[in-house]
Design a protein around this ligand. Structure first.
Ligand SMILES: NC(=O)c1ccc[n+]([C@@H]2O[C@H](COP(=O)([O-])OP(=O)(O)OC[C@H]3O[C@@H](n4cnc5c(N)ncnc54)[C@H](O)[C@@H]3O)[C@@H](O)[C@H]2O)c1
Length: 267
């Protein structure tokens, strides 16, 4: 046998997510919008979850349909399990199934241990962590009913691992999503449901609107690739994780940060 006999020469499909049904929470802005648009461009039928700015959702749906794709909006608050049930039901009622669940919705409050209140802690955790936990549970139940696997993607952060004392609750929530990814990845492996974390570094979205120009300059200088990433770039990483090209990737996180975490002294 020659060494090439074992090589997989299957060509990569032009539209790797053709026909897949994908939910993206917090999908009408920032990284979520980048994921929605890239998934649709790769052939997916997309359910766009949102809690505000319905006009932004409508504009994305219009663009996707104009390009020959399929997408539908669904107003659902991920901190409420009943809303998540309605979100999964929307995918099944509209497109017949669910193949990929992207738990992307998240908020970031700049609070230290000294300033954090019970109310702010509960609000952040209910969106970032509880939303991802029950989004995963409901998606897995639907995928198990279908019986042919699926993919759950959790949008974490470099801060799933990297302390940022000014954002204590945010870091705790992303650390929790790291263990959600690893634990459910192990639990769901036998059902051929893969669970992958995607951990963005600094990405150009409104979540960073409070950064001063000086902070943005310092941050950019700390990134080995020397620029702040785009929602489109995160969309491409998520679509890779959701595709068959990542068939052996589960219970782990793909960090997409331009090298930021590895730069000595970047913190
Ligand atoms: N931008 C970055 O630098 C960066 C870095 C690492 C991780 N992230 C993560 O990426 C994800 C998306 O953030 P982003 O930067 O695109 O900011 P963003 O503010 O544009 O996106 C967050 C989205 O979540 C939605 N959302 C908030 N509360 C919700 C709720 N209760 N139910 C449903 N949706 C809700 C918002 O409406 C918004 O659409 C977040 O989980 C964030 O933690 C962002």
């Amino acid at each position: 046998m020659s060494p090439t006999d074992k090589q997989d020469t299957t060509p990569t499909p032009q539209r790797p997510l053709e026909g897949k049904v994908v939910i993206v929470t917090g999908g009408n802005s920032g990284i979520g919008e980048g994921i929605v648009r890239e998934a649709a461009a790769q052939g997916a039928k997309v359910v766009i979850d949102y809690v505000s700015h319905p006009e932004a959702t409508d504009a994305i749906v219009t663009d996707i349909e104009a390009a020959g794709g399929e997408a539908v909006g669904c107003e659902a608050d991920v901190s409420k399990v009943a809303d998540l049930e309605r979100l999964v039901a929307t995918a099944v009622d509209t497109y017949g199934r669910l193949d990929v669940m992207v738990n992307n919705a998240g908020v970031e409050f700049g609070e230290t241990l000294a300033t954090l209140t019970e109310e702010r802690y509960d609000l952040l955790m209910s969106i970032n962590l509880k939303g991802a936990v029950f989004g995963s549970k409901l998606a897995a139940e639907q995928m198990r009913r279908q019986g042919d696997g699926g993919v759950i993607i959790n949008i974490t952060s470099t801060h799933e691992d990297w302390p940022m004392p000014s954002d204590l609750a945010y870091c705790i929530s992303k650390g929790g999503m790291r263990m959600l990814t690893r634990t459910t990845g192990v639990e769901l492996g036998a059902d051929r449901i893969r669970v992958v974390g995607v951990g963005p570094g600094a990405i150009n979205t409104s979540i960073n609107d409070d950064d001063t120009p000086a902070e943005t300059k310092a941050l950019t200088g700390a990134i080995p690739l020397s620029y702040i990433g785009s929602p489109q770039e995160m969309g491409r990483v998520v679509c890779f994780a959701a595709s068959e090209a990542a068939s052996y990737v589960t219970a782990t996180t793909i960090i997409a940060d331009g090298g930021l975490m590895q730069k000595p002294g970047a913190v």
